[in-house]
Write a protein that binds this ligand. Structure first.
Ligand code: SF4
Length: 344
């Protein structure tokens, strides 16, 4: 394993400090990051405005290594491409390029596996390996760009609970968002969470305003506890109150992600609870019909029931969308990431 610090997890400020400690002028930091994030050049030897002795010093201190391998798997409908990335320690993570009408979105992983164990999610079944560091988060975007995907939108909805990897997540977001980095606007970055209270409190304390997507499971504690063990220590009633506090502080968007599980959370009673939660939080509901898998002990609902639920939500005056399944044939749809880990 390479012991040098990865350049891709280094912010401009940190790099300037590192370079001054090496006797280099701070503007070299801007030059190096400009090659990487503006010109897609990751080989220090090709950074032509930097002298050879400076290049040598930099490469002795910092690693420019990328993932060991990146395997591309396009879906049959051509609306999604799964990237299976092998990390330097041979762990594998997955991210997905999603082709929207006018732009490309990258669904990013924040952990290798996930410790949260939502019962409807294949990543949860795959178990937890480790947190990703900031460089491994940024590199997912970098590799997608190297493959020619002009990513404009990021959703942290891949493998892992991003708010359980708070520090590395926000270093990566600074690099992805800064004008010296990939310059992806904060409004184009969404973090999905299963509702980890300590980190929601920290978002408030740190004044970090981001778009959030909250994975509800069920608005009722008893049902939620059966499908999302996180409920035991992070009760939805408290999570909802903290999210409400958070949203009052700024005008970022909140989406309620609701994975529909037949005979579990699709009753009139359950949907009424969801509507009340959406109204309390002034949030849009995104319905996701379960992507079935042999390792997941639930079934999706039928399309008529899905339409009825959508109509019920609309007629109650709440905003609702239904997530279109992209990439289901390559196990790249929501809740399906982790296949490469399970099958290894
Ligand atoms: S839904 Fe998200 S938080 Fe839950 S197990 Fe899957 S990856 Fe983890």
């Amino acid at each position: 394993m390479n012991e040098k610090k990865s350049i891709y997890g280094t912010t401009l400020e940190t790099l300037k400090v590192t370079f001054s400690g090496m006797g280099l002028r701070p503007f070299v930091a801007s030059q190096v990051l400009s090659w990487i994030y503006k010109k897609n050049v990751t080989d220090v030897r090709r950074m032509t405005n930097i002298s050879n002795d400076v290049k040598l010093k930099i490469s002795q201190r910092l690693s420019f290594d990328r993932f060991k391998s990146v395997q591309q798997i396009p879906s049959e409908d051509e609306l999604a491409v799964k990237l299976i990335c092998e990390l330097q320690d041979a762990q594998k993570i997955e991210c997905v390029v999603l082709k929207e009408k006018s732009h490309l979105t990258l669904c990013i992983s924040s952990q290798a596996g996930c410790p949260v164990d939502c019962k409807f999610c294949l990543t949860g079944v795959a178990g937890f390996k480790r947190n990703l560091d900031a460089s491994e988060i940024v590199m997912q975007v970098l590799e997608a760009k190297q493959l020619g995907f002009d990513i404009k939108n990021l959703v942290f909805m891949g493998m892992g609970e991003p708010l359980l990897n708070y520090d590395q997540l926000f270093i990566a977001i600074e690099i992805l968002n800064s004008d010296w980095g990939y310059n992806i606007g904060a409004r184009h970055i969404t973090i999905s969470t299963s509702g980890y209270l300590a980190s929601i409190n920290r978002l408030i304390k740190d004044n970090r305003f981001v778009n959030l997507a909250f994975s509800v499971g069920s608005a009722f504690p008893v049902t939620r506890n059966q499908i999302m063990p996180i409920e035991a220590r992070n009760p939805i009633l408290k999570v909802a109150r903290r999210l409400h506090d958070y949203l009052k502080l700024h005008n970022r968007k909140l989406t309620l992600e609701y994975t529909l599980l037949q005979s579990v959370n699709d009753s009139v009673f359950e949907i009424e609870g969801l509507i009340n939660l959406a109204k309390y939080l002034d949030a849009k509901i995104n319905l996701i019909n379960l992507n079935p898998h042999e390792k997941i002990p639930f079934k999706p609902i039928d399309s008529d029931s899905l339409s009825l639920i959508k109509e019920r939500i609309q007629s109650a005056g709440a905003r609702v969308t239904v997530r279109f399944k992209k990439g289901q044939d390559i196990a790249a749809a929501c809740g399906q990431l982790g296949e490469s880990i399970i099958s290894n």
